[in-house]
Design a protein around this ligand. Structure first.
Ligand SMILES: Cc1cc2nc3c(=O)[nH]c(=O)nc-3n(C[C@H](O)[C@H](O)[C@H](O)COP(=O)(O)O)c2cc1C
Length: 213
């Protein structure tokens, strides 16, 4: 897109001047709500960055399934690459980019596993086929063929044909506990607005800094 074509802000007025916000969680909720009406799909999609055993960054998309004052939750196979990386280095960064709004949010902080009760409740809310898929997939392990995977799906579909599907012991969620949350909104000619909220610890108050774009 050319620098001379100012971008429209379809929902900008719903949040007013976001740089005036005095804490990040309500602003996050407002932007996610805006994205829920403007994004064609997956407004909760976010990039999750972790570090591997060698200290190399690794990133992939996941879906946000909970956001409150405790942190930002997603669910996965804990034996996956990301699960192993988080177990070894329980720290992560998240990035949301909503193209329809020209907004970005970056979140960083330590990570904890959700409780079994939270994981059970979310697993129970998933469609049965997705529950079967969680049993059938050794996420991030080598797979010899599509057919081998489909055989596993058929096997677990038969096993759990009747009744509720239990949560696999290796399937759970992680919560990113935010120590910094940055909000970015594009402005014409790349004179963008950025504000970053930081806190020293999870119980400390947030402080806000405006950043050069
Ligand atoms: C939009 C989108 C959403 C996704 N959501 C999830 C998710 O919530 N949980 C998950 O385990 N994988 C999700 N995936 C797949 C991951 O990006 C990734 O391929 C998978 O988790 C394996 O990553 P890993 O090998 O780093 O563990 C999603 C992919 C896309 C494109």
């Amino acid at each position: 897109m050319s620098d001379t074509a100012p971008i429209e802000h379809p929902t900008w007025l719903t949040t007013g001047d976001f740089t005036a916000a005095d804490e990040p969680l309500r602003l996050f909720a407002a932007w996610l709500k805006d994205a829920s009406t403007s994004e064609p799909r997956d407004p909760t999609a976010m990039t999750l960055a972790t570090v591997d055993a060698d200290g190399s960054p690794n990133a992939r998309m996941v879906l946000l399934k909970g956001a409150d004052e405790r942190g930002f939750v997603f669910f996965t196979n804990v034996n996956s690459q990301k699960g192993r990386e988080l177990d070894a280095h329980p720290r992560a960064a998240l990035v949301f980019h909503w193209k329809s709004l020209n907004r970005q949010i970056r979140i960083r902080g330590p990570v904890e596993t959700v409780t079994d009760a939270e994981a059970d409740a979310y697993f129970a809310s998933r469609p049965k086929q997705a529950q079967i898929g969680a049993w059938a997939s050794k996420q991030s392990s080598p797979l010899e063929s599509r057919l081998a995977f489909e055989k596993q799906v058929a096997l677990y579909a038969a096993k759990y044909a009747i009744g509720a599907v239990p949560r696999p012991p290796y399937w759970s969620g992680y919560r990113i506990l935010p120590l910094s949350i940055e909000f970015w909104h594009d402005r014409p000619f790349r004179l963008h607005d950025r504000i970053e909220f930081r806190r020293e610890s999870l119980s400390a108050p947030w402080s806000k800094t405006r950043l050069y774009p």
